[in-house]
Design a protein around this ligand. Sequence first.
Ligand SMILES: Nc1ncnc2c1ncn2[C@@H]1O[C@H](COP(=O)(O)OP(=O)(O)OP(=O)(O)O)[C@@H](O)[C@H]1O
Ligand SMILES: Cc1ncc(C[n+]2csc(CCOP(=O)(O)O)c2C)c(N)n1
Ligand SMILES: [Mg+2]
Ligand SMILES: [Mg+2]
Ligand SMILES: [Mg+2]
Length: 318
Amino acid sequence: MSPNDGTVAETGEFALIRAVTEGRRQPPGTLLGPGDDAAVVAAPDGRVVATTDVLVQGVHFRLDWSTPEHVGRKAVAVNLADIAAMGATPTTVLVGLACPPDTPREVVTGLADGMWAEAERAGIGVSGGDMVRADQLVISVTALGDLGDREPVTRSGARPGDVLAVNGRLGWAAAGLAVLGRGFRSPVGVVNAQRCPEPPYEAGPRAALAGATAMIDVSDGLLADLGHIGEASGVGIDVRTADLDIPARLTEVGAALGADPLGWVLTGGEDHALVATFPPFTELPDGWRTIGVATMADSGITVDGKPFSREGGWTHWR
Ligand SMILES: Nc1ncnc2c1ncn2[C@@H]1O[C@H](COP(=O)(O)OP(=O)(O)OP(=O)(O)O)[C@@H](O)[C@H]1O
Ligand SMILES: Cc1ncc(C[n+]2csc(CCOP(=O)(O)O)c2C)c(N)n1
Ligand SMILES: [Mg+2]
Ligand SMILES: [Mg+2]
Ligand SMILES: [Mg+2]
């Protein structure tokens, strides 16, 4: 089969990204990327961190599950989490919006209200965008950020023996997805976590200052996203379940739905927690919890020393 044969579903999301990125020259002025949570590009008077994520109605959100304000907040939050995962602080966002002609105008103004609310939580605003007609609602946000005098924390700097730590929630959005998917609207804690994440933006730059060797935000699932650090860094990573305290709320929701809350914590996406590796004996900054260790490359991503037998997280076109 030539590289262009088959469909995107047959290729898979990450092989498809490789197919469009590998073997090309690094663009002029690009200092880092593609391949990480965000690119770093040169500006005449410094560096800019830049990232884009797209949200599609029916794939990333449903307007019978979430208000337009929730969706607007989520669209900005998922991008600001990528800025934080580089150790950067956000400077602004730009918004591409595609919608069908019969979209109520309140949907669009509600999206904008949500985007502004989330941007303002991070001390920034929306400085531009674009609007076009489409068959379904599609939201593309580009976020820019600043590193100050810090170096970016990439996916590739983890070393065997580094401590693995997390800051933010794991499994909440996945529990909320399970609840909404079965037609329920409560408990509101997990449902709201699915409607809109609350990434710990400030934890990214703090981790960078504390010497984090690699970092990523958990968009697809903890194990899947650790796979990107493992691959980029050439290390294995072992997650210790004894260190993952499962919140009582997730245990309750799991019991009610007949689902395993540990599965949500290990493979659930969309909470946009930050996970990072730190050199051994680092004093972790506030809010960071140790959950595992980086190991030798050939051990891969393991849970309590054993390979995980299921999918580690979400991939598109599965
Ligand atoms: N169409 C594309 N062209 C060039 N680079 C791309 C393309 N799509 C993705 N990438 C790059 O591939 C890398 C991985 O992208 P991916 O979207 O998985 O990361 P992410 O945004 O951190 O995760 P998520 O989208 O799950 O939140 C990023 O550096 C991204 O810029
Ligand atoms: C209606 C609806 N169905 C399913 C999901 C679950 N979901 C969609 S995208 C994604 C991973 C992150 O996306 P990306 O990789 O594009 O950042 C997950 C877990 C949802 N949020 N809404
Ligand atoms: Mg990311
Ligand atoms: Mg992305
Ligand atoms: Mg993804």
